[in-house]
Design a protein around this ligand. Structure first.
Ligand code: NDP
Length: 399
């Protein structure tokens, strides 16, 4: 059916690329373009026996000119941005200049401020509309599938949704005292920031990790989880009519938290450049360089993830609760695509988002979040492409 240009060749991109190759009826040709072209070539080599034609290229995605030249040469139907949040705006600019559809999995974050929000990308709405192209924002799991789950609950299960708790549990064990499951720099910036949740139309801010709860997760067991600020709270607060409260919780083990606290205390998580032997270095970027590469965790990680949404609201005049979730097994993911479940649960929805934009099912001019489209085709695709969802009509609630 068409051509997709994938930018980045890290943990998430590797899964999305495997999945595009499994879906060769849609993804006839892909271009893998990233900073380190040897990674793209190695993946091409591994996947070259299939029907999807693969090209590779070196690109600096901070340069709009380089991106425009590459897009003009390859002429993709859609650009799938799986580089880092810092590159979102340059890639959107290149899509505008070439009138090419755009999909990503994380909202823009300026490199020098640990702050992420949609305002920068929502500011492109009119420009994308005028150009007649579509930008689909946040097509990972959280954000991503969580927005699709919310749209599905709204469409099929509730007349009104009053509260939403998003629960992200990783029961996987990689055997290292400390490692992050996706890009360490992005991950640590996220978890060391203040927490916040959305209540009665405004943000309530908390200290980092201030709010802790325990929850008994299906197929994982009891885990401590902590309230974090998370990007989908911002769009769901606007797009879920009548919602009164949205919170996001993520599980962390004691070893992870103890190491993180020490690293913070000694200044290793700072993003302020320091002078070291006459050279400017960012402590967090140096830390990333010494931590295990998330892509290397695949063979070592055992256990499961369980990510989902608990809704409370009203249906036909009666109070109702509903839990929609996915359980994913790290080792099953590794056997299938050579990656652990965190990359898998992000890479699969990234492929699905690009597919739905490419085949026109989810394609309208403008800049959109996941919950603004009909959830049904995405929900069907999750079952088909490796992330089947489950329902619970009597879930334990989070107090
Ligand atoms: P990785 O660090 O593993 O991969 C990032 C890739 O982008 C690398 O291949 C890197 O190149 C490339 N890259 C970085 N900067 C540039 C640049 N300037 N030009 C070209 N290529 C560049 O990250 P992940 O795969 O873990 O994460 C990818 C994205 O997915 C991130 O934005 C992350 O926030 C998001 N994510 C979203 C989730 C969700 O559920 N929505 C969950 C997890 C992640 P090199 O190989 O040279 O380093």
């Amino acid at each position: 059916m068409g051509k997709c240009m994938i930018i980045g060749c890290g943990g998430v991109a590797s899964v999305a690329i495997h999945k595009c190759c499994q879906n060769s009826g849609v993804f006839e040709e892909i271009l893998i373009a990233s900073r380190t072209v040897s990674k793209c070539d190695a993946l091409k080599e591994k996947l070259s026996g299939g029907k999807t034609r693969i090209r590779t290229a070196q690109v600096n995605a901070d340069s709009v000119d380089e991106l425009v030249a590459l897009i003009k040469d390859f002429k993709p139907d859609v650009v799938l941005n799986l580089a880092l949040p810092y590159q979102d705006l340059t890639i959107m600019d290149a899509c505008l200049a070439t009138k090419t559809h755009y999909v990503d999995t994380a909202n823009y974050e300026p490199p020098d401020t640990a702050k992420f929000e949609y305002s920068w990308q929502w500011a492109y709405r009119e420009k994308f509309k005028e150009a007649g192209i579509c930008a689909l924002l946040g097509s990972g799991f959280d954000p991503g599938v969580t927005g699709v789950f919310a749209a599905y609950a709204q469409k099929h299960q509730f007349d009104e949704i009053h509260t939403l708790d998003i629960l992200d549990a990783n029961g996987g064990d990689h055997g290292y005292p400390f490692a992050t499951n996706f890009n360490p720099e992005i991950n640590i910036r996220e978890v060391t920031a203040n927490g916040s949740y959305w209540e009665d139309g405004h943000w309530v801010e908390t200290e980092p990790m201030e709010i802790k709860r325990e929850y008994d997760f299906q197929e994982i067991g009891r885990r401590d989880m902590y309230l974090l600020h998370h990007e989908e709270l911002e769009s769901l607060g606007k797009n879920l009519k009548g919602i009164k409260r949205i919170r996001f919780f993520m599980t962390f083990g004691q070893s992870y938290l103890t190491h993180l606290r020490c690293l913070q205390d000694v200044g290793m998580t700072s993003i302020k450049p320091i002078d070291y032997n006459g050279q400017q270095i960012v402590p967090l970027q140096f830390l990333k360089a010494v931590l295990p590469d998330p892509a290397s965790l695949g063979p070592r990680t055992k256990g499961k993830t369980n990510i989902g949404c608990i809704f409370q609201g009203v249906k036909s005049g009666k109070p109702k609760t509903y839990y929609l979730y996915n359980i994913c097994d790290h080792q099953a993911c590794y056997r299938e695509v050579g990656s652990q479940a965190i990359s898998y649960t992000t890479g699969v929805p990234a492929m699905i988002g690009a597919m739905l934009v490419m085949n026109g099912t989810w394609n309208k001019p403008g800049v959109w979040n996941m919950e603004e489209f009909d959830p049904d085709p995405f929900m069907d695709a999750l079952n088909k492409w490796g992330l089947p969802w489950q329902e619970d009509f009597h879930p334990t609630l989070v107090d």
